[in-house]
Each structure stands twice: as structure tokens, then as C-alpha cells.
Write a protein that binds this ligand. Structure first.
Ligand SMILES: Cc1cc2nc3c(=O)[nH]c(=O)nc-3n(C[C@H](O)[C@H](O)[C@H](O)COP(=O)(O)OP(=O)(O)OC[C@H]3O[C@@H](n4cnc5c(N)ncnc54)[C@H](O)[C@@H]3O)c2cc1C
Length: 471
């Protein structure tokens, strides 16, 4: 079983320009020790790659990036680090103390959480994964997921603002932007001084994002941007848009570019705010661009990189939305558990009726399963491994869990669940969007089935590129 894997890995290493060697994962007794004698060492002297692989290691070995001459072995390990626990606690406190008091009013009045978002920026929640060099927190994806989860338990409107800024705008810029673009935009975005929007969807291009009608005509030193984007989160408050637009229609999706657009530039018009079912305090708008002059230096990546940029960025964004769904489900569960112990019917707490106890058991089980998928997707991303399938699975399962169990939470609360004061009806309305944006549940199933059928589950990546493969 091992030989074909070794052949495949060697092929991948040859096909790539990896600066660091990869080591196969060893079983736990060998953690922090020298590899055992029956480990096989393969060294590619030309390119300074080395691979140590136990003969009996599972062919679905996981790989981890290591520095030259170091052995860093990852194992299955469920405890959070002290830093991650501190982030989780800070987010929990912020959600309870700052977000919860006004959450019902903001939802009812569709009021953007302006001062709350400013405080989120001050606390470091708006650019958590951004390099400290650019004013961010330099944290891992799992820390970001933990913060998203805690904030979403209380206020999913605030968490989507945070999610778009962190995982679509800041991450996309940091990963694929030029040095000048990063220096100019990231410090403001990472601190929440500016908020960003990610503008892909159009009236005629939702799930099929290849059908972009917005155009970016090459005028030599600048692009002329024309078109309409809809459903844009942070649309009324953002200072920067990352806009996908077609430059070479004859090349299809390979002709799309991503342009950084400042919202005070002439020709940018913000449409009315959408009146939504859920996440009502978040700011969702249609945006019109008419003859907007965008300097060439504001294009992200090579000419035609825009569609790949959007797809790779959304892969990470889905982990954020999965965390949002996990939080919504967790919030509904916590409220239901507490309520079921307090509310009595037929002479005992309703939690003592098996019908309610079993609902709680199903909620707890599904939430734990969702948590494992979401945390694992974040972990894969932090290990520079392919996380496309994992993030789609996490988003699909967490969002379906959120929808299913927020409905059950309303049921557990009876009539009280149907009014705003008890929070669960809002969580139920908020849950629905997690099955729709950043790829509907149907689109996640397309991604998962395609990758499963292609056997592309665990392909290492470096710098956003799948090693040795076209994405
Ligand atoms: C509140 C909100 C915020 C949003 N924020 C943003 C944002 O910030 N930036 C942004 O770019 N977009 C944003 N969106 C847009 C969102 O990503 C799209 O709504 C979503 O991708 C679905 O596209 P659509 O609405 O055009 O639905 P459609 O693509 O028209 O889909 C309609 C239905 O058909 C199904 N369907 C479509 N194709 C297939 C297929 N091949 N197989 C099976 N089923 C299929 C879909 O799953 C869905 O059930 C937001 C949307 C909302 C509602």
C-alpha cells in the first residue's frame, strides 16, 4: 500500500518548488523522538526534500510542513492551546457583555452594529489571521473559528460582518495581494478602521459565478469598471470592495479579474439596504459601478486570476460560515438546555420528559459532530494542507445542523420560542442564511462529490496552489 503513495509523493515533490520538506505523520509513540529504525527515509538532494515514512503508516497519512532539519509531528489532539482558550473566552465575554444587550433591537430595526464593530476592531477580531506586520493578530484559523463561534451564539449579524472582513477580504489580500496592496489596505482593514466587502454575486451570477457580467475593460494604465453586484455584505459601510469583473469574455472564467475598489471613487453607487429574514442588522446592498476608473496596480494577481482568487478565498470563507452556523446551533442548544430545566409541565421540568431530553441529545450529538468537522477544516488550513473538501463538508453539515436544531429550539421553548425576547426565533431566522451564502448546500454537495469522485481529499498545498495539480 505504501509504495504507490511514495511514488505519488515523489511525483508531487518533483512537480513543485517546495521550499520545505514534508514528513509523513508518525504514530504517537514516536512523537518528539527520532524516527524508528524501520522508518524509510527518502531524500531528494536536488531540491532538498526529505520524507520519512513508516512502512506501516496508513496510506492516508497526513502531512505537515516542517522547517529544514526539524521533525515536527502532528497527532490527533483535541485540547485547545492556552492562547486559543483565551481567544474563546474573550469572544464569549464580548458577545455576552457587549453584543447581547442590544441584539433584539438591532435585529428588529435592521440597525448596523456600528459601535460594536468598532469595538471588535479594537479587540482584534476584525483581522485575526492578518500578519502583525500589517496590524493583524497573526492568529491561526482555529482561533478565528473559536471567536466566530462564540460571537455567533449571540449575534450572527455581527459575526457575518466579521467573517467577510477576516476570511474573504483580509485573507484574500494577504494571501494574493502585492506588497504595495497589503501595505496600503491591510492595516486599516485588520484594525476595523475600514471594513471590506467581497463582491462576486450578480443578479445573473449566483451559484454559477462564472457568468460574470460586470466588465473591467483594459484601458492601458487603468480598468474601466461597469456592472452591478448584489447581496453585498457590508455594502453600505465598507470602504474597500474586492470586485470580480470580466476582462476577456472570450476566455470565460479565465478572463475574470479581481480589482480593489475604494468606495468613495466616482461611479460607485450603493443601492438600498435589503430587508432580510435573518442577520437583519448586517448590511446587505446592491452596488452599481459606472465607468469606475481602477488603477492597474489595484488588480490582484496576474491578468485573469480573479476567478481562482474568488474560489480559493471562498474555500477559507466557508470555514468562517461553518463556524457561524456552529455558533448559531450552539447558542440555540445552550438556551434550550437551560430553559428545559426551568420550565415545568405535568409536575416536572420539561427536560425530564423523554421527548424533550431526546431532542437535546440529538442537538448535542450533531453539534459535536459539526464542531469536529469545522475545527478539522481550520486545522487543515493551518497545516497548509488542502482544505477545499473539508471546508465544504464543514459548511454543509454545520449549516444543516444549525437550521434543523434552531427549529427544535423554538419547539422546546413552546410559545415563548415564538417571541423575540427568548432569542431562539432570531437564531432560527439567522440559521437559514448559512445554507445559502458562500455556496448553497447544493453547491457544497457539488464540490464534495466532485472531489470525492476525483480522489482529491488530502492533497498538500503550498501558497494556495495544489501541488502538482491544476486547480
Ligand atoms: C444575506 C446575504 C448576504 C450575501 N453576501 C454576499 C457577499 O458579501 N458577496 C457576494 O458576492 N455574495 C453574497 N451573497 C450571495 C450568495 O452567495 C448567493 O445568494 C448564493 O451564492 C446563491 O446564489 P443565488 O442567490 O443567485 O441563487 P441561485 O444560484 O439562483 O440558486 C437558486 C437555487 O438553485 C440551486 N442551484 C443552482 N445551481 C445548481 C446546481 N448546479 N445544482 C443544484 N442546485 C443548484 C441553488 O442551490 C439554490 O437552491 C449573499 C446573499 C445573501 C442572501
Amino acid at each position: 500500500m505504501v509504495e504507490p503513495l511514495l511514488g505519488r509523493l515523489n511525483h508531487l515533490f518533483h512537480a513543485s518548488q517546495f521550499p520545505f520538506p514534508f514528513h509523513a505523520r508518525l504514530p504517537s509513540p514516536f512523537i518528539n523522538s527520532e524516527p524508528p529504525s524501520h522508518a524509510r527515509k527518502i531524500t531528494n538532494t536536488d531540491q532538498d526534500f526529505s520524507l520519512i515514512l513508516l512502512r506501516k503508516t496508513s496510506p492516508i497519512a497526513l502531512f505537515t510542513r516542517i522547517l529544514p532539519n526539524q521533525i515536527l509531528i502532528k497527532r490527533m489532539f483535541f485540547e485547545l492551546t492556552e492562547e486559543q482558550l483565551a481567544v474563546q473566552q474573550a469572544a464569549r465575554d464580548f458577545a455576552q457583555n457587549v453584543l447581547k444587550p442590544g441584539v433584539i433591537e438591532r435585529d428588529r430595526e435592521m440597525k448596523f452594529p456600528k459601535s460594536e464593530v468598532r469595538q471588535m476592531g479594537e479587540m482584534g477580531f476584525m483581522g485575526m489571521m492578518v500578519d502583525p506586520e500589517y496590524g493583524g493578530g497573526g492568529m491561526d484559523t482555529l482561533s478565528y473559528v473559536l471567536a466566530m463561534e462564540e460571537i455567533s451564539k449571540v449575534d450572527a449579524s455581527s459575526s457575518v460582518i466579521m467573517s467577510v472582513n477576516n476570511s474573504l477580504v483580509c485573507w484574500g489580500l494577504q494571501q494574493y495581494g502585492s506588497e504595495e496592496q497589503k501595505a496600503k489596505y491591510l492595516p486599516k482593514l485588520a484594525t476595523g478602521e475600514w471594513i471590506g466587502s467581497f463582491c462576486l454575486s450578480e443578479p445573473e451570477a449566483g451559484s454559477d459565478a462564472t457568468s460574470q457580467r460586470t466588465t473591467a475593460v483594459d484601458m492601458g494604465d487603468h480598468y474601466l469598471l461597469n456592472g452591478t453586484k448584489n447581496w453585498i455584505t457590508n455594502g453600505g459601510t465598507s470602504s474597500v470592495h474586492l470586485v470580480m469583473a470580466q476582462t476577456h469574455p472570450e476566455k470565460g472564467h479565465k478572463g475574470i479579474n479581481c480589482l480593489i475598489v475604494e468606495t468613495d471613487w466616482p461611479g460607485v453607487v450603493i443601492g438600498a439596504k435589503e430587508d432580510k429574514l435573518g442577520i437583519r442588522a448586517s448590511d446587505t446592498h446592491t452596488i452599481m459601478y459606472t465607468d469606475v476608473k481602477v488603477p492597474k496596480e489595484n488588480r490582484i494577481g496576474e491578468d485573469g486570476f480573479g476567478f481562482k482568487f474568488a474560489m480559493k478565498t471562498l474555500e477559507g470563507g466557508r470555514i468562517g460560515i461553518a463556524a457561524q452556523a456552529l455558533g448559531i446551533a450552539g447558542g440555540a442548544y445552550e438556551l434550550s438546555l437551560a430553559y428545559s430545566k426551568e420550565r415545568a409541565a405535568f409536575g416536572k421540568p420539561i427536560s425530564q420528559h423523554q421527548a424533550i431530553a431526546f431532542k437535546l441529545a440529538d442537538m448535542a450529538t450533531d453539534i459535536e459532530a459539526a464542531k469536529l468537522l469545522v475545527y478539522r477544516a481550520a486545522w487543515l488550513k493551518d497545516q497548509y494542507m488542502d482544505y477545499g473538501t473539508a471546508s465544504a463538508m464543514a459548511k454543509l453539515f454545520a449549516s444543516e445542523t444549525a437550521m434543523k436544531h434552531t427549529v427544535e429550539a423554538v419547539q422546546i421553548h413552546g410559545g415563548y420560542g415564538y417571541v423575540k425576547e427568548y432569542h431562539v426565533e432570531r437564531l432560527m431566522r439567522d440559521a437559514k442564511i448559512t445554507q445559502i451564502y458562500e455556496g448553497t448546500s447544493e453547491v457544497q454537495r457539488i464540490v464534495i462529490s466532485r472531489n470525492v469522485l476525483n480522489g482529491q481529499l488530502y492533497i498538500p498545498i503550498w501558497n494556495g496552489k495544489v501541488v502538482g495539480m491544476e486547480v
